[in-house]
Design a binder for this molecule. Structure first.
Ligand code: WT7
Length: 630
């Protein structure tokens, strides 16, 4: 029997006994280096607030860095960093330890102490990893904000987390151009008196505005510090980071993750899902550290496993569309983990581009972010994986912290488009409206019926929102409601069907319809707005907005102006693909917008059942208006 064979027999309908599950996680936690042994694996007495490995103490950064150096692996490469303009840096575990220690000493010199929050907005440069690990080392929960978010979005995240320090860079490379970063973060910190210092990495050499006394250069503060620092052990439940994600309301939620359970599951899944061998593999996850995938599968999981990784700063088509394949060939990447939207983009660019490169080092391919359509799955395996590499489709969320559902890489029977089975130690079910598990061949809602080590521990500063969002839907059963639809096939394997709430998935990024709607109505010319996600062949979904303009505003506002306004309010990723100006919106008698009908319009379909509309002729007027405009 292969060691992973138990993986295949388990799906929603044959969950592993709870005691075995806890014993499994205790064994996984035992792979880490603990300063103090835990007394209880799981304390679920205050559900839905979980505590894993209670009483245990460890230092996350020590586990990711120092222990590998102590075990004689200091010369092993931790990161092959590749800058967008072509500059490179090789960072061994010994060097990573020194950099993390210097950074930690710098943060200490600023008076930061365990529990203080640090906001980070940086490009994909080594300092981003140093900063995260230095925070982890000192018990400072970090809040990494994706570089593409607007100053307004950064400001609200800084305020919500109450950050004392912001770490950023002068500028960033974007598709061959230099774009400002510090100028934007200055806008974000204009009214955040809680931010005492801004630590600035010099990346592009761009001129920056400077606030004497508050702003500090990284190379002046960090580089002069001692490269020794004794790590302190923190409680297994000490907050490790906050990461903001879109929910169904306009305000992003600060998802809270803690230390011991999170690191245990991030490391375990990274090892098992990719069958990782730290001595031979070269691993590359193409995500940005501003998302959970970057946290769990660029930083914490891979480093805990002593992985050699590629870290790439730039976009996939800079300076040409073969850049990723060039990098795979250059470093001999054996595990490549990316998102369906990029695979579909590669498909569009053409198979002759990967064909020009030697990709024979590839052993396993991973996919994450949205359901992978079977055509993309097959193309990925054929043209990147030489027709033989397994493609593991990994389902999980910011909230789950680590992979939950994925086929095993040595699965005898891959199913293109299906994430298949919960990973070892995890239990998931597909249930109906009442929380009753559906039969094989049926669809329903995906729930997680048992707590897991890397589960979110709450929504920062808002326990009630945590209960309401995730635990109220199936309160009687105490199931975690993931917000995704799913189906069991005839073998009991799970197929993900996309979100069942008002959350869109654009290129694997989560954006809520109401977030974009509030941005639109904050424009003086917009009276009302409704936003839907329309299927899109490349990005999964595209944002389509229907807006009603204020009386008299018609002449002065352009659709492009509204799109730019959304980009300024949230960030370019939230810019609607299309904005349709309409005279009215379809609403039910109780005033709820019927997005289903708007989606029909956005996807150029015959409009469905309008019988529950307050005024059934609204759709005709919308159509007539759009026909006039075109
Ligand atoms: C949502 C979570 C997990 C890191 C990236 C996104 C969708 C994610 C898959 C997949 C089908 C997927 C779900 C989920 N999703 N991976 N393999 N198959 N859907 O993290 O921003 O928290 O989004 O992404 O809808 O709920 P996130």
């Amino acid at each position: 029997m292969s060691p992973r064979s138990d993986h295949h027999s388990r799906h929603g309908q044959t969950a592993q006994p709870v005691d075995d599950r806890l014993a499994f996680w205790a064994r996984q936690a035992g792979e880490l280096d603990w300063d103090t042994e835990w007394s209880e694996v799981l304390d679920w007495s205050d559900a839905p607030f979980a505590r894993w490995f209670t009483g245990g103490k460890l230092n996350v950064a020590y586990n990711c860095v120092d222990r590998h150096v102590a075990a004689g692996h200091g010369d092993q490469v931790a990161f092959h960093w590749e800058g967008e303009p072509g500059d490179t840096r090789t960072i061994t575990y010994a060097e990573l330890r020194r950099e993390v220690c210097r950074t930690a000493n710098a943060l200490l010199s600023l008076g930061l102490r365990a529990g203080d929050r640090v906001a980070i907005q940086l490009p994909m440069i080594p300092e981003a990893v140093f900063a995260m690990l230095a925070c982890a080392r000192l018990g400072l929960p970090h809040s990494v904000v994706f570089g593409g978010f607007s100053p307004a979005a950064l400001q609200s995240r800084i305020e919500d987390a109450g950050a004392r320090l912001l770490i950023t860079s002068d500028g960033q490379y974007r598709r061959g151009r230099v774009e400002p970063m510090k100028a934007n973060t200055d806008e974000a910190t204009r009214d955040t008196p809680g931010v005492e210092h801004v630590l600035v990495v010099r990346r592009t050499g761009t001129d920056v505005p400077w606030t004497e006394g508050r702003d500090l250069w990284w190379h002046e503060l960090v580089d002069v510090q001692s490269d020794r620092h004794e790590p302190e052990a923190f409680d297994a439940e000490h907050p490790l980071f906050i990461l903001y994600t879109s929910g169904t309301t306009g305000r992003p939620k600060g998802i809270l993750h803690t230390s011991g359970g999170y690191l245990t599951q991030a490391a375990c899944t990274h090892r098992t899902v990719f069958g990782l061998d730290p001595d031979t593999d070269v691993y590359w996850c193409t995500a940005d550290i501003g998302w959970i995938t970057g946290h769990s599968y660029i930083v914490y999981g891979p480093l805990a496993n002593r992985t050699t990784s590629v870290l790439y700063e730039g976009t996939p088509n800079t300076p040409h569309e073969g850049r990723h394949f060039e990098i795979i060939e250059k470093y001999g990447v054996s595990v490549y983990y990316t998102a369906p939207t990029l695979i579909r983009t590669f498909m569009k660019w053409g198979e002759d581009i990967p064909a020009r490169h030697d990709l024979s080092s590839i052993r396993v391919l991973g996919s994450v972010g949205e359901p992978i359509n079977p055509e993309a799955w097959r193309w990925y395996r054929e043209h990147i994986g030489a027709g033989r590499a397994p493609v593991v489709d990994t389902w999980w969320q910011t909230e789950t912290g680590a992979v939950m559902i994925a086929p095993s890489p040595d699965s005898p029977s891959f199913k293109p488009g299906s994430a298949q089975t919960p990973v070892p130690g995890i239990s998931a079910k597909v249930v109906d409206d009442q929380g009753v598990e559906v039969a094989k061949g049926e669809s329903g809602y995906l729930v997680l019926d048992q707590p897991w080590p890397s589960m979110l521990r709450g929504v920062w500063g808002d326990d009630d929102r945590y209960r309401q969002t995730y635990w109220a839907r199936f309160a009687a059963q105490r199931y975690y409601f993931a917000g995704d639809g799913a189906r069991y096939d005839d073998d009991g394997d799970i197929w993900l069907l996309g979100r069942v709430d008002d959350v869109m998935n654009v290129s694997g990024h989560r954006i809520s319809t109401s977030e974009v709607e509030s941005a639109l109505v904050s424009h003086p010319a917009v009276a009302e707005a409704a936003v839907v996600g329309a299927s899109d062949a490349t990005t999964g979904q595209a944002i389509v907005a229907f807006v009603i303009l204020r009386e008299g505003a018609g002449g002065e506002v352009s659709v492009d102006g509204l799109r730019e306004h959304v980009a300024r309010e949230i960030g370019p990723i939230a810019k609607p693909r299309r904005i349709l100006v309409v005279p009215e919106l379809p609403k039910t008698r109780s005033g709820k917008i019927m997005r289903r009908l708007l989606r029909d319009v956005a996807e150029n379909r015959q409009v469905g059942d309008v019988s529950t509309l307050a005024d059934a002729s609204v759709m005709d007027r919308i159509h007539a208006g759009l026909a006039d405009a075109s």
